[in-house]
Design a protein around this ligand. Sequence first.
Ligand SMILES: NC(=O)c1ccc[n+]([C@@H]2O[C@H](COP(=O)([O-])OP(=O)(O)OC[C@H]3O[C@@H](n4cnc5c(N)ncnc54)[C@H](O)[C@@H]3O)[C@@H](O)[C@H]2O)c1
Length: 172
Amino acid sequence: MIDFDGPTVLITGAATGIGRATARAFAAARASVVIGDVDPRADITAADIVAAGSKAVFQKTDVSDSGQVQALVARAVSEFGGLDVAFNNAGLLPPTATLAEQTEADWHRIMNVDVTGVFLCMKHRLADMAKSGRGAIVNTASVAGLRTDSGMAPDVAAKHAVVGLSKAAAID
Ligand SMILES: NC(=O)c1ccc[n+]([C@@H]2O[C@H](COP(=O)([O-])OP(=O)(O)OC[C@H]3O[C@@H](n4cnc5c(N)ncnc54)[C@H](O)[C@@H]3O)[C@@H](O)[C@H]2O)c1
């Protein structure tokens, strides 16, 4: 287990699943955790961490909304005096269907959360990192960011975009 000894970690999509498990693991390694999620159950993740003796706060945030993401990053910086790690994990599981059967509504929903969400989280985080001169960003993509399978066109497109965004941000 890595010992983070105090740094602050911002995690999106920590109401359930990988984000919730990661938030608890960071907290167990003594990081302070800031959670952004549309699902109010993320408050339970934060409460569990606090009950276990570590620091955590939850701010309701839709990662596809630029103003809400900016406010979340500002909260993370102000709450614990700085931000060290951003884990951009929020994402949706799209319905399995051939491309012709996919709805435009699902396409836009997945692109808004999985792609625009990661773009906005990196954009606002990088602006702060430029000031502090430090930090790390981890984005959750998927095997679907490297390969494809049938019935997953929006997910494959979105996760390939996340891999591309991560490479582009690293070069920038
Ligand atoms: N579980 C898998 O098999 C798998 C495989 C490949 C990739 N992933 C990716 O891992 C990440 C986490 O997925 P998971 O499996 O833990 O699923 P999950 O559904 O348990 O977690 C996703 C989290 O994102 C949050 N979220 C959804 N829309 C949001 C929005 N607009 N703003 C803020 N938060 C939002 C949800 O409330 C939830 O807490 C996702 O990016 C997903 O695409 C998962």
